[in-house]
Design a protein around this ligand. Structure first.
Ligand SMILES: NC(=O)c1ccc[n+]([C@@H]2O[C@H](COP(=O)([O-])OP(=O)(O)OC[C@H]3O[C@@H](n4cnc5c(N)ncnc54)[C@H](O)[C@@H]3O)[C@@H](O)[C@H]2O)c1
Ligand SMILES: [Zn+2]
Length: 695
């Protein structure tokens, strides 16, 4: 059901275009407004259809919400333009005809939105105006981004699983729902009503979503986990649904017969008791301040969750109060969705360009029409490799969805095919390196392409700046600009040339004074005493990153032993594997690289790994793991300091880990640590700890 339909979307005029067309046609102001409303409704209906029926949106949520807000505003200011069939009065989209339909015993509604504190207060005030003497408590729940499902149980057995549809009539997907392992076929426990409808969200974890998109072969990518969940559930063949790794959180009771319950909190407990997963991050709040704190907390922490949420749902806890508050149009008055700024926006892919990396890799990147995502202007994004561009079918000129989740670098998710005009261009990687003109090579079985010219200026520049960088040899007084000057002057051709630089050569550079020349020489001298692992990292060996360099150095301890090693020996080291092993071995066999190593040795550069013997110290017996980017020091420097104080660096998150230190852009380790209850600290905590034990 993820397939696109092949109808061409109708022309969507901008408001200005529409007004001018109407003016030309000589319409009155009222007629113009009515026509504008009609256009808005049409656009929203189209978007609803693609989103709810095709599971393949043509607008981003932000664009959709904008249209909806505008329509709501006009309808509020001009009640005469309101109609019962306006999308503001209805939920979702009509169910598709060739799927069995189910009338819901109780309508499945939508939720009104609040985008900020003020709108939350407005909602609250409206509720208070209706029930002036009431004391409210609130249940705060994460707003899981999936699709709503009503599960009917008769005498404890699952009989119907129906989607929301248009709110009154949904689609019957019972067979497919039965394939979701976390949804019980029979309710557990003794307290089982004759008939009950458990409502909740079917969703797909971020990981399963990414995996699914990687496996989609016919360029039909899902825009987000919500569409992927809906598209995976709404399949004619339940074996497909079964293969899609869907999950479920129960969050509400609909129709219930033969049992009385009084609060939403109680409902959640019952649902959990019956054997459903209920989201663990629920909170019973007694004031709006508590509610607001909950919303603020999850605005950032949501990125550590293994699934996507787009906000928080706040429900008035007391069901009698809920009943009294009732419903307006399509939204209950007793609940509101506090929505976070979207992580996905649509923009235009202006061009695809390539960078040459430090190992010669050809790295395509997207030049985007600048766009703001969660407060940051995004104008470029990495594109991995040509295969990935083709798999996603990204064409120059396309409208694309761009995503910025957490602090991760923005990514281009997919093109919006429905917005193509036919002028878009299919992209091919250049045949020749854009800097040196050498033919680009592709290694069979690898998606990557390379400029093989070891003298390529682009590649040289990257490899030299990498060598002096913090995590490598840390020649911190030599910046990118100096590197460029040194290359241009011909003083540096490879990294060993740093150790032959003279004071006069440095002084000949524009802007280099005596003092800075001395500082540079001092830093170069100091860099001779870095460890083997940092040298290996600095040498620009394909696939050898910081961690791999540490593994290699830790295993061989000296450069000579590494140079003698066979390919098998390297591959066999835990954490290396055939791809890295092969590329490392090839690099080491290259005569030019061997010569480079000898030049470095002659210059006095350390070729040994300092033996990290277990030291005794104030941190003995404690294990640490660092994740994410640190600001005050590199990760390896921090690890070194911990080891020097007797601490141990762990290789992964486990229950026995004493401390997880979290920098910026922390990934899955944080979520895992939180799950296993490991203490999590920020960088400042570590800085303080190291300071406290400074020897
Ligand atoms: N991009 C598009 O073209 C397009 C088109 C249509 C709709 N949309 C998106 O969908 C929204 C409207 O959809 P909607 O009517 O489903 O409203 P909604 O998604 O904003 O809120 C209602 C839904 O929230 C979900 N939900 C998740 N956790 C919940 C919880 N704990 N308790 C209760 N409900 C919970 C349920 O599925 C419920 O149906 C729009 O604001 C827009 O973001 C986008
Ligand atoms: Zn080149």
């Amino acid at each position: 059901m993820s397939t696109n339909n092949d109808t061409t979307p109708e022309q969507n005029y901008t408001k200005e275009e529409e007004t001018s067309l109407l003016e030309q046609a000589g319409k009155s102001e009222e007629e113009q407004l009515a026509a504008h409303v009609a256009t808005l409704r049409h656009q929203i209906e189209e978007a609803n259809y693609h989103y709810h029926v095709q599971d393949n949106p043509i607008l981003t949520d932000a664009e959709y919400d904008q249209l909806m807000i505008e329509l709501l505003r006009i309808e509020r200011e001009h009640p005469e333009l309101q109609t019962p069939d306006s999308p503001t009065q209805r939920v979702g989209a009509a169910p598709i005809q060739d799927v069995p339909q189910r009338r819901h015993p109780q309508p499945m509604l939508s939720l009104a939105n609040a985008r900020n504190e003020k709108e939350l207060l407005d909602w609250h005030r409206r509720a208070q105006n209706i029930l002036p003497n009431a004391q409210f408590s609130y249940v705060c729940e994460l707003k899981i981004d999936g699709l709503a499902m009503a599960l009917t149980y008769e005498k404890g057995r699952l009989t119907i699983g129906a989607s929301r549809g248009d709110g009154m009539i949904g689609e019957d997907w019972t067979q497919n729902v039965r394939t979701i392992r976390t949804i019980p076929q029979r309710l557990r426990g003794d307290l089982i009503p004759d008939k009950v409808e458990v409502r909740g969200e079917i969703y797909m974890s971020t990981k399963s979503f990414e995996k699914l998109n990687e496996e989609m072969t016919d360029n039909r990518l899902f825009a987000n986990p919500r569409n992927a969940a809906a598209g995976s559930l709404r399949q004619k063949d339940s074996r497909i649904t079964s293969s899609r790794n869907l999950d479920f959180f129960g969050y509400q009771l609909g129709y219930i017969q033969g049992m009385r319950i009084n609060t939403q909190w109680e409902a959640l407990e019952l649902i959990r008791g019956w054997g459903f997963p209920v989201n663990p991050h629920i909170q019973l709040a007694h004031s709006l301040d508590e509610v607001m704190d909950f919303c603020k907390k999850w605005e950032h922490e949501r990125f550590n969750l293994p699934y996507e949420i787009d906000g928080v749902v706040i429900k008035i806890n007391d069901l009698a109060q809920q009943e009294e508050l009732g419903v307006v149009a399509r939204d209950p008055r007793w609940a509101i969705a506090f929505k976070y700024p979207p992580i996905q926006v649509a923009t235009q892919l202006l061009d695809i360009r390539v960078n040459i990396g430090r190992t010669g890799s050809v790295n395509p990147w997207a030049l985007l029409e600048p766009i703001n995502i969660r407060g940051v202007t995004v104008s470029r994004s990495a594109l991995h490799n040509e295969e990935d561009i083709q798999r996603k079918d990204l064409r120059i000129g396309d409208w694309v969805l761009v995503q910025r989740a957490g602090e991760v670098i923005p990514q281009v998710v997919k093109p919006i095919e429905e917005r193509r005009t036919g002028k878009e261009e299919v992209y091919h990687l250049p045949e020749n390196c854009p800097r040196c003109g050498t033919s680009i090579i592709r290694i069979p079985d690898q998606a990557m392409a390379y400029c093989p010219n070891t003298q390529c200026p682009a590649r040289n520049f990257e490899s030299i700046t990498h060598f002096v960088s913090k995590g490598a040899m840390d020649i911190d007084t030599i910046g990118e600009k100096t590197c460029e000057q040194l290359l241009e002057a011909g003083y540096i051709q490879n990294v060993a040339d740093f150790y032959r630089l003279t004071r006069d050569q440095l002084l000949a550079m524009e802007g280099v004074k005596e003092k800075s020349a001395d500082n540079m020489l001092k830093a170069i001298e100091a860099s001779k005493h870095r460890s083997l692992s940092r040298l290996l990292f600095g040498l620009n060996i394909r696939y050898v990153g910081e961690k791999t360099a540490q593994i290699l150095a830790g295993h061989f301890l000296t450069m000579d032993r590494l140079l003698e090693a066979s390919e098998e020996e390297i591959i066999k080291i835990p954490g290396i594997g055939p791809k890295i092993g092969h590329s490392t071995y090839l690099w080491l066999q290259e005569p030019a690289n061997r010569a480079l190593i000898e030049q470095l040795r002659e210059a006095g550069v350390t070729m040994e790994e300092e033996q990290k013997q277990k030291k005794d110290g104030p941190l003995s017996g404690q294990t640490f793991l660092l994740t994410g980017r640190l600001n005050n020091m590199t990760r390896s420097a921090a690890e070194e300091a911990i080891v020097n104080l007797g601490g141990t660096i762990a290789s992964g998150v486990s229950k026995s880990l004493s401390h997880l230190i979290v920098g910026e852009d922390a990934g899955s380790k944080l979520a895992k640590a939180q799950k296993s209850g490991v203490p999590v600290h920020d960088e400042q905590w570590l800085v303080d700890l190291l300071e406290e034990h400074k020897q």
